[in-house]
Design a protein around this ligand. Structure first.
Ligand code: AMP
Ligand code: MN
Ligand code: MN
Ligand code: MN
Length: 272
């Protein structure tokens, strides 16, 4: 079995079409794939499990814990759930308002209004900061995505507008009402100390969260062991995902995730 339960397509900020992602996952030998686009399930409408891949319906919802922006993955969700659908609409509205705010802030920094070009890059997807980043790179305002985030879009910069997301309790509630499992995404990306991460895991579980990504992309083996222990102590199941967005990123390559440490209770035990 090779599970990759955290990936993106052009339905949000990924760069492969859903069918292209499925084809690449097949080549890579992935057996269990979750497409978890930001605040949308649009990619899932056109896709079905194939002979060799079992598709787990997923989503990644943006929210906030205390002052920290965090992401919650929903797995094995019923995409037809009305409550989830209403939640998605709310998040997409928040994305639209946020995009306008980010654009206005960039204009105040002296840049030409980026919104029309950014909307064209996003296409049918809700606008995310990576769409701004691609535009800034194309315009020569940054040499690559990383620099675009460091200068304009990352923590403390103009694009750092995140107050409008639904609360942690709300997004977990939507996932549960769609029959899904709420997973705390990429726990090491939030810049929290181990003590604060423990507090987040406790709050996440108290709000109805059931799992945490013990393996997220290419990750130091020692950190993986530590997260496995933390998950076990917090009474959470363990998930695994690359957070793949595009080919050519060795730290987040589709299907290239280490197996869960033995002793972890895997997240798929919740639905299999
Ligand atoms: P948003 O959903 O608009 O809040 O944008 C968050 C997305 O931006 C994440 O899911 C990543 O895909 C991407 N991202 C975050 N930080 C960086 C970074 N430093 N460099 C490149 N991409 C990033
Ligand atoms: Mn993303
Ligand atoms: Mn994320
Ligand atoms: Mn992601």
């Amino acid at each position: 079995m090779l599970a990759d339960l955290h990936t993106h397509t052009t339905a949000s900020d990924g760069e492969l079409e859903p069918a292209e992602l499925l084809a690449l996952a097949t080549v890579r030998g992935v057996t269990h794939l979750a497409i978890t686009d930001h605040d949308t399930v649009a990619a899932l409408e056109s896709l079905h499990s194939t002979g060799s891949i079992s598709l787990v319906p997923g989503i990644e919802l943006s929210t906030c814990w205390r002052k920290t922006g965090v992401h919650v993955v929903g797995l094995a969700i019923d995409v037809a759930s009305g409550e989830l659908e209403r939640g998605i609409r709310r998040q997409q509205d928040a994305r639209g308002r946020r995009a306008a705010k980010i654009a206005a802030r960039l204009v105040r920094l002296g840049l030409p209004d980026p919104l029309p070009a950014v909307a064209a890059i996003a296409g049918d997807a809700g606008i995310g900061r990576p769409h701004f980043a691609r535009h800034l790179v194309a315009e020569g305002q940054a040499k690559d995505m990383r620099q675009a985030f460091r200068r304009y879009l990352g923590p403390g910069k103009a694009g750092d507008v995140r107050s409008e997301w639904a609360s942690l309790t709300e997004v977990i509630g939507w996932i549960r009402s769609a029959g899904g499992v709420a997973v705390l995404a990429h726990p090491l990306h939030y810049g929290l100390t181990w003590t604060r991460l423990n507090e987040l895991l406790a709050d996440f579980r108290a709000a109805g969260g059931r799992a945490v990504e013990v393996v997220s992309g290419r990750q130091d083996a020692e950190l993986t062991s530590r997260l496995a222990a933390l998950a076990g102590d917090a009474g959470l199941l363990a998930s695994v995902g690359s957070d793949f967005h595009r080919p050519g990123t060795p730290w987040a390559e589709l299907g290239r995730c280490a197996p869960l440490p033995s002793g972890c209770r895997p997240v798929w035990s919740a639905w299999e």
